[in-house]
Design a protein around this ligand. Structure first.
Ligand SMILES: Cc1cc2nc3c(=O)[nH]c(=O)nc-3n(C[C@H](O)[C@H](O)[C@H](O)COP(=O)(O)OP(=O)(O)OC[C@H]3O[C@@H](n4cnc5c(N)ncnc54)[C@H](O)[C@@H]3O)c2cc1C
Length: 377
């Protein structure tokens, strides 16, 4: 392929597709170049909790709120069946003797209220109504965040890809980017396994690969990579999705345990402890199955274990844990977009970066998330 386009986006995960979709909607022709398949990276191995609940720094919280607004707007435009959006709410709870304490809940309530994030206190009887299969124990109380939910992220990615093509763009799969045309500060395009693509603007949205591709763009042997890869392990119990109605955070203090129903009828679980058992999948499955059994008392442990599967995903993780979105230092036409919580953030990052690339004023929402807070070379 020898092609010419306004913009090349590297990476067909949710972030790259959201950016290409927003650019296409603003009249910019786009080619998305993907080394594997659409949504074949972290976008398919994520827990996909849509939330601003767990993001208490105000600027990062606001960016996540914008992401969730974007998901609601896409769901009302295309239908939530098409976008895979489930606005189920999220329940967080604690009891008198749990590792997360009732005081912790109160602090979270105060903090979210200060941020104007919808959140309500839930007493014991209401907890049982909301999630009748959980054994809450005596004296439990909860917080309900009604705007939270979860996403079938691969489904949304496929829909965005189809819409990009409908608007005249293209997605090239199995076409790794192996180099760049021209030299910084003004690059002329990318070199792919299928040939060169000439472009006015280049966006690197390659998830955990972003640091390596930025180093390639800067042609620097000394390049620094302020983006790491933070592995996580999720366990799914087949056929158990009906145990829960929403995303639930269980009261395990620092060892956060969260569960939700999943597409296909399973129950998806993740915990900080299982993230540390990546090399022993059976142990991780046993560990999470036992923890599920603790909260769903009438389960048969052996049966549950037999129905579990595990999968490992790699979170793109900026060095300070916060999104990196904007112009790559040292380049005039290369942008970077990489973040944890990318499922929540994709619609906001897509729209805000597309505004900037097409010459609209930069949003103050991105002010604290610029690439130039890090050294890249
Ligand atoms: C266990 C786990 C739990 C998570 N939980 C949540 C959560 O609850 N809520 C939330 O919002 N987020 C969550 N995340 C994070 C979220 O999934 C990611 O932030 C998001 O999926 C990143 O999307 P992306 O498009 O940046 O990356 P990806 O989906 O990885 O897409 C990047 C793409 O770039 C491609 N690429 C790389 N190098 C090249 C190259 N040289 N040429 C061409 N293409 C290339 C890759 O193949 C890949 O398809 C979680 C992640 C994990 C692993």
């Amino acid at each position: 392929m020898t092609e010419r386009t306004d913009c090349v986006v590297i990476g067909a995960g949710l972030i790259g597709l959201a950016i290409a979709h927003a650019l296409s909607g603003r009249g910019t022709s786009c080619r998305v170049i993907e080394r594997g398949r659409i949504a074949g990276g972290t976008t398919s191995t994520t827990f996909a909790w849509l939330n601003a609940t767990s993001k208490l720094q105000e600027d990062y919280h606001r960016l996540n709120v914008a992401g969730m607004e974007g998901h609601r707007s896409w769901a009302s435009r295309w239908g939530s069946d098409v976008t895979g959006h489930r606005q189920t709410g999220c329940l967080m709870w604690a009891g008198p003797d749990t590792a997360t304490t009732l005081d912790d809940l109160e602090r979270i309530f105060d903090h979210l209220s200060c941020l104007d994030y919808p959140c309500s206190r839930v007493g014991g009887p209401e907890l049982a109504d909301l999630e009748p299969r959980i054994s809450f124990g005596h004296g439990a109380e909860g917080l309900l965040m009604p705007l939270d939910g979860w996403l079938d992220a691969p489904r949304l990615a496929r829909h965005l890809a189809e819409d990009i093509v409908r608007q005249g763009g293209a997605i090239h799969e199995e076409a790794p980017v192996t180099g760049f045309l021209g030299t910084a500060p003004l690059l002329a395009g990318v070199v792919t396994a299928d040939g060169p693509v000439h472009a006015e603007t280049i966006v690197i949205a390659a998830g955990t690969g972003t640091g390596d591709i930025a180093a390639m763009a800067l042609r620097s042997r000394e390049a620094l990579r302020p983006v790491g890869s933070d592995p996580g392990l999720l366990v799914e119990i087949a056929g158990a999705g009906a145990w829960l109605n929403r995303v639930v955070c269980f009261p395990e203090g620092d060892d956060e345990l969260h569960m939700r129903p999943n597409v296909g009828g399973g129950l998806l679980m993740g915990a900080d402890a299982s993230d540390r058992m990546l090399s022993d999948e059976v142990r991780a499955r046993r560990h999470l199955a036992a923890r599920a059994q603790h909260y769903f008392a009438r389960l048969d442990a052996a049966d549950v274990m037999a129905r579990t599967t595990a999968r490992v995903g790699h979170r793109p993780m900026p060095a300070d844990g916060r999104s990196i979105v904007g112009l790559l230092p040292g380049c005039d036409n290369v942008f970077v977009a990489v973040t944890h919580s990318g499922v929540t953030l994709a619609p906001a990052i897509g729209a805000l970066l597309a505004d900037e690339i097409t010459g609209r004023p930069a949003s103050p929402l991105l002010q604290e998330f610029r690439p130039d807070r890090f050294a890249w070379t």
